[in-house]
Design a protein around this ligand. Sequence first.
Ligand code: SAJ
Length: 406
Amino acid sequence: MINIIGLGYIGLPTALMFSKSGIKVVGTDFNTKLVGLLTDGKLSFEEDGLEELFQEALSNGIEFSTEYQKTHTYIVAVPTPYIKDSKKLDPKYVISAVNSVLDVCEKGAVLIIESTVSPGTIDKYIRPEIEKRGFVVGEDIHLLHAPERIIPGNMIYELENNSRTIGADSQDIGEKVKGLYANFCKAEIVVTDIRSAEMSKVVENTYRDINIAFANELAKICRTDNMDVYEIIRIANMHPRVSILQPGPGVGGHCISVDPWFLVGDYPDLTNLILTARKINDSMPRHVLGRIRDIMREHEIKDISKVGLYGLAYKENVDDTRESPTLQLLERMDEHLAFGVKVFDPFVKERIVDHQFMNFEDFINEVEILVIMVGHEHIKTNMDVIKNKLVLDTKNICTFDSSYKL
Ligand code: SAJ
């Protein structure tokens, strides 16, 4: 039996995949409401293919509980936020989960940390927790790091098809855990040491952040002289060794906008490029605000309540709003300006900001300037409805010519 701790965006799909492969799984979370919901057969977030996988796991006997289980294998997939002031990782949830595992586990247990952690975290914070209890790591408890690589919106496919990394103290235990993941992962699984596994995960997300920052900087440069940044990136990317990502209204989510800070926090004198990229990406909501002001000025619109932001999620076709550029934009608008700005997202069913509409038609009818902040499929199929509005298209998805760009 595997006990998976943390039933969020990573822990839950991973638990379901193990269950699908025939392994007995118990998912544990301290959130009683969430455990109740899952036990009742209801999901807490939307994701392509998740419902079917969930139903299959339920019929395979997957269980959810607030209690930690006495078993042989544990996977910890709890959040790892960063401390805003110091920019360092806050390991409190991982430490607490590990201690709860140590309260119940048997000697010989395998403890796998899946949560993204900054390089060195496992040696600095997790190993000592185990040793403090009198356990010998590698003998009484096997400690490993198995960071995930799945992208929200395509999680199920990527769980099966993305290569993975297992960080272990010895090749022997690394190979055993590799065998465990091979139950559902069809791609290559690399075994390395724990610190390299920690570092490579953070490096992957930092690389993407820097690449997006480059695209965003190009968008700003092109704006000053009316060049088409998308056309320029498209042409540049035809070069066989160039692959620039797309500019946008900012970088959100709990991964790319967070992980680079771990490196900045731990190596402040060595991270000029990484820090600059973060600042560029964080400046994009302000750039969008500048573009809204340009359009208002050009059309002599003074009333901010005529502006509607489409999209609250951090990216297309997901309902996750963590660090979303729209929320960042609303935070940046001073109170006077924020007053009355309308917001709509077809994926976000709970009211989380002022002036949030629950119905697209009502929203569109009230709006003169529509700002596309997220390129959900939904808006792509509503081009006819929006084409007569003033549209600021920060995602370059409009199929008509009159829209304004970043
Ligand atoms: N974005 C752009 N331009 C682009 C691509 C993305 O502005 O060309 C924006 C998105 O709109 C979004 C943000 O970046 O606001 C992040 O979105 P994303 O789709 O790039 O990535 P995430 O955060 O959903 O998932 C990332 C992935 N990491 C990499 O691709 C290196 C995923 O594989 C990781 O598993 C995940 O982080 C994680 O959990 O760490």
